[in-house]
Design a protein around this ligand. Structure first.
Ligand code: GLP
Length: 247
C-alpha cells in the first residue's frame, strides 16, 4: 500500500481533486467508484469548484457508488442517492444515466445486487475507486465480521455505523438496520484504489488497516492485498502509524 500524508483534510482534498482531474484528462470516459460520508465532502466541493473554473469535464465519466441503505427511496433526502446529488452530481456535467447507486428500495434485492455487478462489468470495471473508512475499519458497508461477502450484497449495519450515520436521520434509532454494498471482491477488482481518511477518530482503524494483519474483522485490511491501493491521510488520522510516510 502506498501511504501519503498531508497536513490537513483540505490538503488531502485538493491533492485528490487534482489527481482525479488529471485522470479524467487522460481518460475522459473514466469509471469512478465513489463513497459517501463526511470524509469526501471537501473533495466533492473542490471538484465542483474546479468544474466551475472549466478545469474538468465529466460528460463521458461513469460513476458507481459503493452502497445505499435498504428500505430508503432514492428520492428520500436521507438516501445516499440524494447525498450524491446534493454534493456532486447536480453541480457538474455528469450525465444522470452515467451515475449508479444501488437501489435500496428494489423489490427484489437479489436481482438488484446482480444487476449492479453486471452494470460494473458492462462499464469495463472500475478504474479509480475512492473509499472512506469506517471508525470500525469498514469500507462501503462491509462490516467487521468473521467472514466477508465477495460481491454486492445485503448487509446488517453495525451499531458503530448506525451511530456514524445518525446525522442524516436525526437519531440513531431512525437509521436503517440494513444496507446494500459492493462486496470485497468488487472493491478489490478496481484497477486503482484511493482510500481517504481524515481526523483523529480514524487513527486507530488506519493503523489496523495498514499495520495489522489482513482480517475480516478489519475489512479495510484487505486493501493490503491490492497491487495499486493508496491511503491518503491527514496528520490526525496518521498519528498512530509507526511507519514514516512522507508529507
Ligand atoms: C459510511 C459509509 C462509508 C463511509 C463511512 C465513513 O457508513 N457507508 O462508505 O466511508 O461510513 O464515513 P465518514 O467519512 O463520515 O467518517
Amino acid at each position: 500500500m502506498i501511504v501519503r500524508r498531508f497536513p490537513n483534510p483540505g490538503a488531502v482534498a485538493r491533492a485528490c481533486a487534482r489527481d482525479l482531474v488529471a485522470a479524467l484528462r487522460a481518460d475522459p470516459a473514466l469509471v469512478l467508484g465513489l463513497p459517501t460520508g463526511r470524509t469526501p465532502l471537501p473533495l466533492y466541493r473542490e471538484l465542483v469548484r474546479l468544474y466551475r473554473l472549466g478545469a474538468v469535464d465529466f460528460s463521458r465519466a461513469i460513476t458507481f457508488n459503493l452502497d445505499e441503505f435498504v428500505g430508503i427511496s432514492p428520492r428520500d433526502p436521507r438516501s445516499y442517492h440524494e447525498f450524491m446529488h446534493r454534493w456532486l452530481f447536480r453541480h457538474v456535467n455528469l450525465r444522470r444515466e452515467h451515475t449508479n447507486v444501488p437501489n435500496g428500495l428494489a423489490v427484489d434485492l437479489d436481482r438488484e445486487r446482480a444487476r449492479y455487478e453486471r452494470a460494473i462489468t458492462r462499464a469495463g470495471g472500475i478504474d479509480v475507486l475512492l473509499l472512506g473508512l469506517g471508525a470500525n475499519g469498514h469500507i462501503g458497508f462491509n462490516e467487521p465480521a468473521s467472514a466477508l461477502e465477495a460481491r454486492t450484497h445485503r448487509t446488517r449495519l453495525s451499531a458503530t455505523t448506525r451511530r456514524a450515520n445518525a446525522g442524516l436521520f436525526g437519531s440513531v434509532r431512525a437509521v436503517p438496520r440494513e444496507g446494500i454494498s459492493m462486496g470485497m471482491a468488487t472493491i478489490l477488482q478496481a484497477r486503482r484504489i484511493v482510500l481517504l481518511a481524515t481526523g483523529a477518530l480514524k487513527a486507530r482503524s488506519v493503523q489496523r488497516m495498514i499495520e495489522g494483519p489482513v482480517t475480516p474483522m478489519v475489512p479495510a485490511s484487505f486493501l493490503q492485498l491490492h497491487a495499486h491501493a493508496e491511503v491518503w491521510l491527514d496528520e490526525a488520522a496518521a498519528r498512530r502509524l509507526s511507519i514514516r510516510a512522507g508529507l
